[in-house]
Structures are given as C-alpha cells and as structure tokens.
Ligand binder design. Structure first.
Ligand SMILES: *Cc1c(COP(=O)(O)O)cnc(C)c1O
Length: 482
C-alpha cells in the first residue's frame, strides 16, 4: 500500500467537498480501491537503479542543456517569435495570491483574478480595435477554430449558412485546418510574385458562399498586405467576414489595429506577442477578439463587471459554448497581462518598432548571400532563399540550418512558407542586441565558405545528427530500445 499516503490529501479534499467546504470538482474517488483498482497495484517496490544524488543531478542537468532555448541561445525561428520571457513575469505569475487560487472557489473570493482577466479582455480589445474578447482558447490554432465557429453561428443565425473559408497559399497550415475542423470547405487563394494576395484570384473565389477570408498581416513573408482595406471591402461586399491571423502582431502593436483595417475577428498568440513561454507542444492560450456583431456567439463565460464586482457571465444564449475548462489558461494570461501593463501603450509600440528594426538590420546583413525575394524592407521577419548557394555549391537551406546548430544558434525556420524555394525565415525579435545580430550574420557567412561536404553532414556536435524527419513524425519511437 505504498501509494496510500501520497493520495490521502486528495481523499481528504474530496471528503471535505462532500461536507460542503469546497465544492467537489466531479466524481472524485474517495477510496484507494476506487482510485486504483487492486489489479493495477503492486506490493513489490519497482526495481530502480541505486544512484547517488550528484549523479542524478548531473544526468538531468546535462539532458536539460541539450535543448536550445531563448535563455541559452539566439533563436531566430521565423513565424514563431521566440522573444525573451522576462523573469519578473514568472515571479509575478508565481505569487501565492495567484498560484494558490482554485477555479472552484467562489466568485466573491476570486475578485482579484477576475479583475485581472477583465482588464486583459479590455486591453486585448483595445489593441485589436475590436469590441469583445474571449480568453478561453488554448492556442492560436484553437482561437482560429473558435472564431470560425462563432462566424458559422452568426451566419446560421441570419438564416444564411455559408460553406467556404478562404485563405492565401502563404497562410500557416493551421488556417485551412481550422476551417475544416469548424466544418467549412477550405479554399486557397493565390499570392502574386510580389508575395501579396492576388486580388484577381481573390475576386474569382469570393461569392455568397464565402463565410470568411483568413489573412495574416503582416503575412508570412514578413510584408504588410498593403491592399488590406481593398481586401476587407471585397470580402464585406459579398457579405463575408475578414479574419486576422494575429500571429504577427509583434510587428504592429500600437501602430495598426486590425479592427481599423477591416478585420472582424482575430486571435492573439500570447507566446508570440506578449512573451508567454512557448513549449511542450501546447503554448497554452489563444484569446480572440471580435466585432460587436459576433460578440453574442463567443464561448461562455465571459468575465463581466457591473461597476461594483466582477463575475463570470454565462448568460449568453447564442454562445457556441465552452471551448476550454474554467477561464482559459490563467498562468499564461497572467504573464500576458504583466507584459502589457509593464510596457503600456507607448512601450508596446516601441516593442514592435524594435522588432521591425532588428529584422531589417539582419536582412541588410545577409541579403547578399541569401537573397530576399520581397525586396529590401521587411516587417518583423523576412524570408530569404538559399537557391543561389544551392545552385552554386549544392548547399541547401537545410544544410545551413543544421550547421548553425554547431555554432550554438537555433536555426531559422526552413521550407516555410512553401511559396518560396529553399526558404529560410529569420525573425530576430526586438530583444536581441546588435552584437548578437552581427555575430550571427558573420557566422552565417563563415558557414557559406565552408566545404559543402561538411555542411551536408552537419550538425556534428549534437547527440543525434540528421534523423529521418518524415519517419520520426510518422512513426515516432518514444522509448529507447532495451
Ligand atoms: C504560430 C502560428 C499559428 C498557430 O498558432 P499556435 O498558437 O501555435 O496554435 C497560426 N498562424 C500563424 C501565421 C502562426 O505563425
């Protein structure tokens, strides 16, 4: 009965809940037999190796350092906005008054947290230039799906369900995927050679079956869709809605508001824009902001304020329903709140200005070896191509990316967007110094001078060199062979 002590407190809590001290979360087991049936329990201790504490510490410390992270390496992974996670946000999010809250506490005892979430809703609405916000979605992609479901409910409510969701060929793969998950048919719109949405192709594909056009702006090539207002008008003229994929908000904070350039709904990626930690395959939050016409369909509850106290408003009869438990991922939301409050409106604008400045500086330093199709200027990121060096030396974008690992740099994003051959997408973010950008650019030149064979076999310093990525994704081997 070795496990009894560990789970005893849970039983106590559950019993207390049954006495009405804390509401019981759900059907919590109250005996060991209920929790873990006898057939699955062992009376024999597991056979674990005897190792001294320092050996264990060294083992796990070494393992932890095999990973690259923003805290240890420059990480210009385009599209992902790997900005620094300020450590004070971690401290603030760990304050006992925040960390020790339980979602089943009474609203009365959660007033502080509800106030924080309410003002985050307000701030995200203001940055978006849109009217209502839901903090529930658990990632950018989840936000896309949630907003599209709201759009579907809106069209159904008008007695005019619509079938199609359009997105440009440069869009992130989550856009068509979310369209499909939300029950729409995903239709691709072409981009022109300049990287902008091809307006003729958009015109040809817009009709009265078009529910939504999803656009990323600045787009995944790191350029601002200069025709955005025309695009918004074209979509609205057929009665459709414009969705802004907000993954690139780091380029336009305090400079341009999606609601002002015609978007009806958008998501934020707090881990890309508001310094939330990335990680674990699930970044944790993807709040959405919508125009007033879509507000009635947002997931319930929304945090509301009646001038005196904060409460969770479940009274949304047209809501699409919950998309996540409780109030969303409050851990990540608290960090986003701290970040926004720390910078304020002027500071957020400076964040974007510096993100754009850093990307343009890096572009100017690498463009003669890695040409940038979209010209000499970019927003917060740029897409270069290794086609030239591939033709001359047989060295691919993948070779360069892998060799960068040997020099202690995380690679840029390669082979995305798929519209550019041998693409390498650089996003330095605003938190990097000129010294770091210079050192990185110089390393890149140095690599291009190295023998091709050395690059084909890179990386040489990592425990595993080049796994078969397709096989690793399709049939992952998650344990070491015996
Ligand atoms: C990252 C990203 C997404 C998906 O966001 P997640 O938070 O990772 O789900 C969608 N679109 C674009 C353009 C992105 O860069």
């Amino acid at each position: 009965m070795r496990n009894t002590r560990a789970i005893q407190p849970i039983f106590e809590l559950a019993k207390a809940g049954r006495r009405g001290v804390v509401p019981p979360p759900c059907d919590v087991p109250t005996t060991l037999d209920e929790a873990i049936p006898a057939a699955f329990r062992s009376d024999v201790p597991p056979s674990l190796p005897e190792v001294a504490e320092p050996d264990v510490v060294r083992h796990f410390t070494c393992l932890s350092q095999l990973n690259m992270s923003v805290d240890t390496h420059f990480y210009p992974l385009g599209s992902c906005t790997m900005k620094y996670n300020p450590k004070r946000n971690e401290r603030l999010a760990s304050l006992p008054g925040i960390l020790d809250l339980h979602p089943y506490q009474s609203e009365e005892s959660l007033q502080g947290m509800l106030e924080l979430l309410y003002s985050l809703q307000q701030m995200l609405g203001e940055i978006a230039g849109l009217d209502a916000v839901s903090l529930q979605p658990a990632a950018g992609a989840h936000g896309e799906m949630t907003a599209l479901k709201c759009a579907a409910a809106y069209f159904r409510d008008q007695g005019r369900p619509r079938r199609k969701v359009l997105a440009p060929d440069s869009a992130h793969g989550t856009n068509p995927a979310s369209a499909a998950v939300a029950g729409f048919e995903a239709v691709t719109v072409k981009s022109g050679p300049d990287g902008f949405v091809d307006l003729d192709d958009l015109k040809a594909k817009l009709d009265d079956e078009t529910a939504v056009f999803m656009i990323t702006n600045p787009n995944t090539l790191g350029i601002f869709e200069k025709n955005i207002r025309t695009i918004a008008d074209m979509v609205h003229n057929v009665g459709g809605l414009l969705y802004l994929d907000g993954a690139n908000m780091n380029a336009i904070l305090g400079i341009a508001r999606p609601g002002d350039f015609g978007a009806d709904m958008m998501h934020y990626n707090p881990h890309k824009t508001f310094s939330g930690p990335h990680g674990g395959g699930g970044p944790g939050a993807g709040p959405i902001a919508v125009r007033d016409i879509l507000a009635p369909y947002l997931p319930a509850p929304i945090v509301a304020f009646d001038g005196r106290r904060y409460r969770l408003d479940y009274d949304l009869p047209k809501s699409i329903g919950r998309v996540r438990s409780f109030f969303g991922n409050t851990g990540v939301l608290v960090r986003a709140y701290c970040y926004i409050r720390t910078y304020g409106p002027k500071g957020l604008r400076e964040v974007s200005e510096n993100a754009v400045l850093n990307a343009n500086y890096l572009l100017s330093r690498v463009k003669h070896i890695l040409p940038v199709g979209q010209g000499d200027r970019c927003m917060h990121e740029f897409v270069a191509t290794a086609s030239k060096i591939k033709a001359e030396k047989g060295v691919s974008a993948m070779d360069l990316a892998k060799r960068l690992l040997d020099y202690g740099y995380h690679a840029p994003t390669v082979y995305f967007p798929i519209t550019v051959k041998e693409s390498m997408m650089f996003e330095p973010t605003e938190t990097e110094s000129k010294e770091t950008l210079d050192a990185f650019a110089e390393t890149l030149f140095r690599i291009t001078e190295e023998p091709a064979e050395l690059l084909h076999e890179a990386p040489h310093t990592t425990p595993i060199s080049r796994p078969d990525e397709v096989r690793a994704a399709r049939s992952p081997q998650t344990s070491f062979p015996e």
